[in-house]
Design a protein around this ligand. Sequence first.
Ligand code: DC
Length: 220
Amino acid sequence: MACRIAIDGPAGSGKTTVARLVAQRLGISYLDTGAMYRIVGLHLSRKGANVKSSSLKDYLKDLRIEYTDGNFYVNGTPVGEEIRTPEAGMYASLYAAHPDVREFLTRIQKEICKERNIVAEGRDIGTVVIPDAEVKIFLVASPEVRAKRRYFELIAKGYKVQYEDVLREIIERDQNDSKRDIAPLSKAVDAVEIDTSDLSIEEVVDMIIKLVRERCWEKF
Ligand code: DC
């Protein structure tokens, strides 16, 4: 049996860093589902797709997303840093509420996670993508702590941003992601919640690895 680890939580909760490190320590695959919503968000915004349109299927027909060793390719071209801008995050969050987008990506994600040792992170991994995951984690942190992390991350990448704008964007995205009708950001009933506000990355990673060893002991 495979060991599938679902890590969910809001923007800036530390999901991506933690999930990547857990996968690295265990030597297993890593899936960043937020990157997939960013790819689709950028694609749809470039095509001028109306988020309120009843169907977005036509816009998704010519979009082929492939996943190899943790990297994404769109119609054969490797995906780069363009998906990491705050605008791409906002488009991702907006279009992620559309049923056609969720259906399109959930199907691909379920396929990637099938019968494989994997750490997958996002908003609905433990509730929708892998509802029977062996380990489910829900990371939380205060909006201020998350905004501070995002702010320093963006500054380090050379973006000129203001802390107040980043905080506003985080709160806005929390609203979008938790209030939507389909697959909203929510903690699975059987997920273990970890508040990362006052913990180091290493401490969070160690806590998750301990849980993995308890639940998938025959593998790790
Ligand atoms: O994790 P991230 O910031 O890269 O995600 C970008 C957006 O994608 C996020 O605001 C909501 C959406 N998303 C989602 O709806 N479901 C997921 N499983 C992952 C991301």
